[in-house]
Design a protein around this ligand. Structure first.
Ligand code: SAH
Ligand code: SF4
Length: 368
């Protein structure tokens, strides 16, 4: 479906606002004023930009919109992981997750409030365990739709976000230019001013795009969704591995690691009977050593309609202890409140299914 309407001003970089101003015979310093209204004062209309001349406000209102996505529902309470369901201008649904302060996520400090953002409507990669790919792929989000997830979550929650992970619905590196642009806006001092080291992109293994990202002048972090330490395990659960096998992926990671100071992360969901054997742990530790990567083990979150489940706590701990015996830096997510945090795509799926079945979803509707 074609996206209706005007460009959202939140998809523009400061220099692009400046270039636009030149076409309207306006002074360049106005660009920073406009950015302040959007990202600091958070106004919802050009009319509220009271230090701009009237004719400029009219031009802006004719050429752009502010925002464009709206909150449909939230799920969760203040002290646990909260999910937000948003409707885009063309009616599609996406979701973001706000994870409260907790140790050992992607930032280093424990006082981080992390947002998990979506980058696509659906996902084309069809990992067998994931809710996001179940309905296939609809479209890429544009950069303003990514940036607006942060703005809306801060507005709805009243909290300042200081850590961003691109781990919601979709494959960020398949939407490369919009994701890189969104990172620039999120990171910019005129934008959301979140430090690049507190921004992490996760990929299921798009090897060429990992190399391309390595060449971008960005300091953000990269997480690789490995979920298997051999081709046979990855082939079973991640179709992308048939295109870029493990060695192709790891050598793209070698390249990435050679270009960046920050450590890579390996994401490894533990799925009972699939990837949780001792042998996989030994091999995983070897891959981590090769890349000096940190390993995040995440017990699998059940997805309605899928047969996978998480291993017992004993098995999870055993897997972790093997990694540690090898000297790997590894964490196992144990906090109960975070049970839903890595499973973006589920709220949207629930909402879509209830739209089809006519049931009321088990989520709270936001009062407006
Ligand atoms: N497409 C990217 C980013 C989005 S998925 C990627 O695959 O990396 C973000 C993370 O959530 C990935 O590591 C993914 O494997 C994980 N994930 C997906 N479904 C999950 C589930 N049911 N339980 C736990 N983690 C899940
Ligand atoms: Fe897509 Fe990532 Fe889910 Fe795989 S795990 S289907 S790449 S969102």
């Amino acid at each position: 479906m074609q996206k209706p309407g005007k460009t959202s001003i939140q998809s523009l970089l400061l220099e692009e606002i400046t270039a636009y101003l030149a076409t309207r015979d306006q002074r360049p310093y106005r660009a920073k004023q406009i950015a302040d209204w959007i990202y600091e004062k958070r106004v919802n209309s050009f009319d509220e930009m009271t230090d701009l001349p009237n004719d400029l406000r009219n031009h802006l209102a004719n050429d752009f919109v502010i925002g464009g996505i709206e909150t449909v529902r939230t799920l969760g309470s203040d002290d646990t992981t909260r999910k937000f369901l948003f409707r885009l201008r063309d009616g599609d649904l996406i979701e973001s997750v706000l994870i409260p302060a907790s140790p050992a996520l992607y930032g280093q400090q424990s006082d981080r409030r992390t947002i998990c953002v979506s980058t696509q409507v659906g996902c084309a990669y069809g990992c067998k365990f994931c809710a996001s790919g179940l309905d296939g792929f609809t479209r890429n989000l544009d950069s303003s739709e990514i940036v607006q997830q942060l703005l809306l979550v801060e507005k709805e929650s009243g909290e300042k976000i200081n850590n961003v992970v691109f781990m919601g619905m979709g494959e960020p590196l398949a939407n490369f230019s919009n994701v890189v642009r969104a990172i620039r806006i999120i990171n910019a001092t005129w934008g959301l001013e979140i430090g690049a080291r507190h921004i992490a992109v996760s990929t299921s293994g798009l090897a060429p795009q990992i190399r391309k990202l390595a060449d971008e002048p960005l300091q953000s972090r990269l997480a690789i969704s490995l979920h298997g330490a051999t081709d046979s395990v990855r082939n079973k659960i991640m179709p992308i591995n048939r295109k870029y096998d493990l060695e192709t992926l790891l050598s793209a990671c070698d390249y990435y690691a050679s270009r960046r100071k920050q450590r890579l992360y390996f994401e490894y969901i533990l799925i009972a009977g699939i990837n949780d054997s001792d042998e996989q742990a030994h091999l995983l530790a070897g891959h981590a050593r090769r890349l000096n990567a940190k390993i995040n083990l995440i017990p699998y979150n059940k997805v309605e309609g899928l047969e996978w489940s998480r291993p017992s706590r004993t098995r999870q701990e055993r897997f972790l202890s093997i990694l540690r015996e090898h000297g790997s830096v590894a964490t196992l997510r144990r906090e109960k409140g975070h049970d839903i945090d890595a499973a973006c795509g589920q709220l949207r799926l629930q909402a879509k299914r209830s739209e089809v079945s006519g049931e009321t979803p088990k989520v709270r509707t936001v009062a407006r």
